[in-house]
Design a protein around this ligand. Sequence first.
Ligand code: UTP
Length: 294
Amino acid sequence: MTMKIRKAIFPAAGLGTRFLPATKAQPKEMLPLVDKPIIQYGVEEAMASGCDQIIIITGRGKQAIEDHFDVSYELEKMLEERKKTDLLQIVRSISDMIHVAYVRQKEALGLGHAVLMAKELVGNEPFAVLLADDVIDAEVPVLKQMVQVFEQTQCSVLATQMVEGKAISSYGVLDVKPVSGGQFANRLFEIKNMVEKPKPEDAPSKQAIIGRYILTPAIFECLSETAAGAGGELQLTDGMRLLLQKETMYAYVYEGRRHDTGDKLGFLKATVEFALKRADLGGPFREYLKGLKL
Ligand code: UTP
């Protein structure tokens, strides 16, 4: 029997220290790219990839995420009374979007720990993990590309990107073997090993893990057996290394353009690119940028 990916987990309990002071009292997942919170891009991607259940891992100070996906009676009533139908439709479409469940991670004990929090809600089926910070502009949503790989392999799939030079030390890096032939030629690799944040000279390849994963439920047992690693945090990469000893796992070099919006410069670049693409803002924004004496 082939399994489908129905559930998508969004770990959002991190402290967002790279974006202080903006993230002191508001979640970084709610920072807007033009006019839409970062996490909504990810939720829309998950839905467009066939997921119908969203699980968000939250923590202290993340209430705004729950409010965003909830009904806002006062706002809707006011927009209705003032006959602002376009805005009303935008606001309603968010709360109508999908069923969202929330699990609280009491302490930010790492990404692996955050994923483990969803164990009961996920149960015994494969699922997706999306890190909302990684906003990816792609013709075919990246998770959908990965679901296609999963449908063929029925194995865990990690999205990867080629990273040059010293920057590789910020990622989980894979040792891989190409899978020849087939519809994913040149993009699909079997994973041999993985290392978290290696020194450039120790990196087994240029293939870095980004914030999109499809995992089999065996990961939960692996995470339960994993000891806290770097910084006292339970690392997802350590859990996945254990999973690799039990099951075949694949790396898939996604097609698309990724923005690391958890980083200030990445956020600025994404804002400019997304604004330029907008039908309502692109023209005047381009004119404004041209006028800057750079
Ligand atoms: P990051 O490494 O980006 O950490 O976490 P962070 O705390 O969010 O941000 P910085 O680095 O301090 O600026 C990767 C993802 O894992 C989640 C984060 O919310 C983010 O989506 N996460 C991390 C948790 O949910 N819980 C944790 O304990 C740690």
